[in-house]
Ligand binder design. Structure first.
Ligand SMILES: C[S@@+](CC[C@H](N)C(=O)[O-])C[C@H]1O[C@@H](n2cnc3c(N)ncnc32)[C@H](O)[C@@H]1O
Length: 319
């Protein structure tokens, strides 16, 4: 569902602005936390342990947004010592990720110190040197050309935005020969919103929405069935997949008709993306589509709407 939120804000409910996108990334963090596949994460930690923990563990994350994955992996104690480089092509997101890191440290009583363009985060038996950078993925891979190698490469909610065939060699080129990858929340072609309104219209909307992911006009690539395509591409590459499993987004209301955290905002964002993507589509009746959107938004406001999106996590060893 995130394809058209590739750095672009949703259009309705709130003015289209980068602020919407930042708010969306914040709101989706609790949904992602729940969705990540525990088995795949467990196998990743086993894989890291089997190769002997590097000191520090050198981690690179592509398309990090506001740094949600970094926070999560700190909280999960992925490594006691790490050198974590995270980049995104959007400089505003990187700036905000830096601010969030300060708040993160403050909330947890951690020490945070500037250290030559990076920050050192320490406490709770962990010590990480964190570098946040504004970089474009392809340019970064070319410019690196094996100057630096990392032990672990991460791409979270990113690979369904790009051309896999072109992206995988770049990702692998960043890794040490025995390095691992952890690619998470790769969308895989199924969106469900319940309760149904008009089953035929529901199906048409999701089908056209998925189709739009496969026909993006910005040249970046991306696909609505990235999850399964990723598994095949990894196998073809000769990589040893250590684990793969689903990481579906599932959002539902509490008995009192509210959503946890900022998940109502998340749901509105999803509807806004569908609105933005399909507005004016020749195969959709404009009025029926607007009624559908209005009714779906009411369902969020009244705490009735249930949302699912099928996604895949995978971890493994560099080919
Ligand atoms: C769906 S968001 C996910 C952000 C973050 N991983 C998260 O889940 O919160 C995708 C991110 O990838 C970034 N991005 C997209 N294409 C990129 C590229 N070619 N190079 C670097 N970053 C890119 C976008 O700016 C955006 O922040």
């Amino acid at each position: 569902m995130r394809t058209n939120l590739n750095g672009r804000p949703p259009q309705t409910m709130a003015p289209a602005s980068p602020e919407n996108f930042r708010q969306y990334l914040k709101a989706k963090k609790s949904v992602d936390d729940r969705s990540l596949n525990h088995w795949v994460y467990h196998k990743l930690t086993e894989g890291l342990a089997a190769r002997g923990e590097s000191d520090p563990l050198r981690i690179i994350e592509i398309g990090c947004g506001l740094g949600g994955m970094l926070e999560r992996l700190w909280d999960r104690r992925l490594a006691s010592r790490a050198a974590y480089t995270a980049f995104d092509r959007d400089p505003d997101l990187i700036a905000e990720a830096g601010l969030r890191l300060q708040e993160f440290a403050q909330h947890r009583g951690l020490t945070i110190l500037e250290s030559g363009g990076a920050v050192r985060l320490a406490g709770d038996g962990q010590n990480w040197l964190i570098t946040l950078r504004t970089e474009e993925f392809s340019a970064f891979c070319q410019q690196q050309a094996r100057k630096t190698v990392w032990d672990l490469v991460l791409a979270h909610a990113f690979l369904d935005l790009v051309d896999l065939a072109a992206a995988l060699p770049g990702l692998f080129s960043l890794l040490a020969p025995d390095g691992l990858y952890y690619f998470t929340l790769n969308f895989d072609g199924l969106t469900i919103i319940d309760p149904p309104l008009d089953p035929h219209l529901d199906d048409t909307i999701f089908q056209l929405y998925h189709q739009s992911m496969d026909e993006r006009q910005d040249g970046a690539g991306g696909h609505s069935r990235t999850g399964r395509r990723l598994l095949s591409a990894l196998r073809r590459s000769g990589s040893h997949i250590l684990a793969a499993g689903s990481s579906d987004w599932v959002v539902w209301p509490t008995p009192s008709g509210t959503y946890p955290g900022e998940e109502a905002y998340f749901l509105h964002s999803v509807l806004n993306i569908i609105d933005q993507t399909l507005a004016g589509h020749p195969e959709l009746d404009h009025d029926r589509f607007q009624v559908w959107l209005a009714r779906r938004r009411e369902q969020v406001d009244s705490g009735e709407l249930i949302f699912l999106a099928h996604q895949v996590d995978v971890c493994g060893l560099r080919p």
